[in-house]
Design a protein around this ligand. Sequence first.
Ligand SMILES: CC(C)(COP(=O)(O)OP(=O)(O)OC[C@H]1O[C@@H](n2cnc3c(N)ncnc32)[C@H](O)[C@@H]1OP(=O)(O)O)[C@@H](O)C(=O)NCCC(=O)NCCS
Length: 218
Amino acid sequence: MRNDSTKTAEWEDDGIEVMVADASHEVYVDTILETISDSARKRGSGIATRTHDYLATKMRERKAIIALAGPEREFAGFCYIESWGNKSFVANSGLIVVEKFRKHHLATRIKRTAFTLSRLRWPEAKLFGLTSQAAVMKINTSLGYVPVTFAELTDDEAYWRGCGTPEHPCCQNYDILVRTGRKYCICTGMLYDPADHVGEPLPVELPEEVIKDLENRV
Ligand SMILES: CC(C)(COP(=O)(O)OP(=O)(O)OC[C@H]1O[C@@H](n2cnc3c(N)ncnc32)[C@H](O)[C@@H]1OP(=O)(O)O)[C@@H](O)C(=O)NCCC(=O)NCCS
């Protein structure tokens, strides 16, 4: 069944399916990890290190979005969802689109799907992200996120460890974060507060099978 409900008239049918991942997608995990680290290397940027097990678990828990292209189901894009601060904050992380599929609104479709899944699963949570990418800022803005200071983001130490620790800086800019006492860095913090968007419709419709699955999960 095609469950790419993000397809709308504004995007031609490019044969790319965007869906909530499940255990069957674990076969893509190594490709995803390689694509993320290749891209970070090319950009000369740091990236939070994720293991095979971590991403496979995200898929099994239905906390990941995957995009597959064409009848060969070639890997095209990915992101996953993490909750922080006792589920009061939710972040969509690890966004990646394979180079040849970029600039065709695939990241937009992936983020819209992740946003919808996050809103349905944790309706009270604030959604947030840290990014230095103009494309991601644009997408977040279209979803209702606004730029905020870091003080408004989660204070969950586990989240911030994703940027690094003194022993293992993950991002090349980690020293800036430390120097500013975690107040500022190269990335912009963006926040979606559900209290500011009461009654607004979600950007995509998820398949019934995903909604049913959500009801059985915390
Ligand atoms: C960032 C990334 C996910 C964007 O993927 P994409 O599929 O090309 O993005 P989209 O086509 O959905 O673009 C969304 C918007 O940003 C714009 N955009 C895309 N790439 C851009 C760029 N490099 N600079 C400025 N704007 C850009 C698009 O034109 C679009 O704007 P529009 O809606 O006004 O037309 C992709 O470039 C990527 O995987 N980069 C490497 C990994 C990364 O940086 N991840 C994000 C970590 S926070």
